[in-house]
Design a protein around this ligand. Structure first.
Ligand code: KDG
Ligand code: MG
Length: 423
């Protein structure tokens, strides 16, 4: 693609440089595995400003790396990095094959890297570019999990001691060998642990028996002074989800997450008819179209779609504004498979977005934090971004190169009779 197709013939001068300074001269995909796989896009302008975007899609990392490398990067070289909206539209509208996790993750990586560059060129932190601070820090929730109810309750206590104001709680299900969200051997929970998907067995009746008991115990042990959350991880049918949402009502959950798969957005109507437990959904969504019905019919309270899987800041800003019109708040996905680059960008967004709800915060490993130095810090139950221009997250490429890609896929779930189920 010829360079002059993307740069202005006339010189467009701004306080911080011309379109020539902003010309994209390099874009590279970095794959690294400091304990888990991450894909990062690094974009550089002619004036030497570097921006980073997370492109990690757990278990499908190389598909996004190839989408970027083979299809987006060749279209980036020579373009004006300041044309963030036009580049987004070029890759979304211009692609013909729209949406889907691979495409939208790749577009997100480009978008976030460009916002990072804009912040660095302007000398401003990203939240300032978005419209400035709406709050002092982003309320976060941690993950407490235990092999049984007592262990889960102890874990909730540990997080409260660390200053967390909100905790997601999961516990083992008696009779189910490997329930979602439960780690083994005291290690942090990481679902993608083998080259081919691990097969787990699922029992809805056993699960529906234990969860209300878990939350009854947590309220008895910890009182009402802590926000409690729970992730069903798409395992229930709409009517089972309605039953669970009703059964946990006395324990005043902050939210019940992914109670049923949401390909059929109307299925949430059934849950709503039966319960006032707040509902969150959307970590697997990629665009506003995945949740339009859910939002405009006020079938959910929190939208979980986050920057890396939802087309970046440019698209998430639209989604959040649309959600705000319907009193739906943000509750961004923040598992460890989203890199610190995504977390940094998400926290700037959280610092600005008027209809903020909460941010998920699973801690990254030491190795990951060393590969991705960042300026956000945890204090008093909240994550606080720094004032570094851009999103405040960088990469130590030398260190990253010491951790080669290691193929890993997410597990699958089957019912006790062997039928495939939702993991
Ligand atoms: O890659 C899948 C994980 O991000 C997901 O299982 C984590 O459901 C999750 C959550 O709420 O963090
Ligand atoms: Mg989840």
């Amino acid at each position: 693609m010829s360079t002059n197709a993307h740069t202005d013939a006339h010189t467009e001068t701004t306080t911080h440089g011309s379109s020539r300074d902003r010309e994209i001269v390099d874009a590279r995909v970095i794959v690294t595995c400091p304990g888990r796989n991450f894909v990062t896009l690094r974009i550089e302008t002619r004036s030497g400003v570097v921006g980073l975007g997370d492109a990690t899609l757990n278990g499908r990392e190389l598909a996004v790396a190839s989408y970027l490398q083979d299809h987006l990067v060749p279209n980036l070289i020579g373009r004006d990095a300041g044309r963030i909206e036009d580049i987004w539209q070029f890759f979304y509208r211009g692609a013909y094959w729209r949406r889907g996790p691979v495409t939208m993750t790749a577009i997100a990586a480009v978008d976030v890297a460009l916002w990072d560059i804009l912040g660095k060129m302007a000398g401003l932190p990203l939240y300032q570019l978005l419209g400035g601070r709406s709050r002092e820090g982003a309320l976060v929730y941690a993950h407490a999990n235990g092999r049984d109810i007592s262990e889960a309750s102890e874990e909730v206590g540990k997080y409260r001691e660390k200053g967390f104001l909100a905790v997601r709680a999961q516990c083992g299900v008696p009779g189910v060998k490997k329930a979602y969200g439960i780690s083994s051997g005291g290690k942090p929970y990481e679902p993608a642990e083998s080259e081919l998907p691990a097969e787990t067995v699922w029992s809805t009746p056993k699960y529906l028996e234990v969860v209300p008991k878990l939350f009854e115990r947590l309220r008895a042990d910890h009182g009402n002074d802590v926000e409690l959350l729970h992730d069903v991880h798409h395992r229930l049918s709409p009517i089972e989800a309605a039953r669970l949402a009703r059964d946990v009502e006395p324990y005043r959950l902050f939210w019940l997450e992914d109670a049923t798969p949401a390909e059929n957005q109307k299925s949430f109507e059934l849950i709503r008819q039966h319960s006032v437990t707040p509902l969150a959904v959307g970590e697997v969504f990629n665009s506003i179209w995945d949740c339009k019905h859910l939002i405009e019919n006020q079938l959910i309270d929190y939208i979980r779609t986050t920057i890396v899987h939802g087309g970046g800041i440019t698209h998430l800003r639209r989604l959040a504004d649309f959600a705000g019109l319907h009193q739906v708040r943000t509750g961004f996905h923040g598992a460890t498979d989203l890199s610190p680059v995504c977390m940094g960008a998400a926290l700037h967004f959280d610092t600005w977005v008027p209809n903020f709800g909460i941010q998920e915060y699973m801690f990254h490993s030491e190795e990951t934090n060393e590969v991705f130095p960042h300026d956000y810090v945890f204090r008093d139950g909240r994550l606080h971004v720094g004032d570094t221009p851009g999103h405040g997250v960088t990469i130590d490429e030398k260190l990253a190169a010491r951790y080669p890609y290691s193929p890993k896929q997410l597990p699958i779930a089957r019912l006790e009779d062997g039928s495939m189920w939702d993991w």
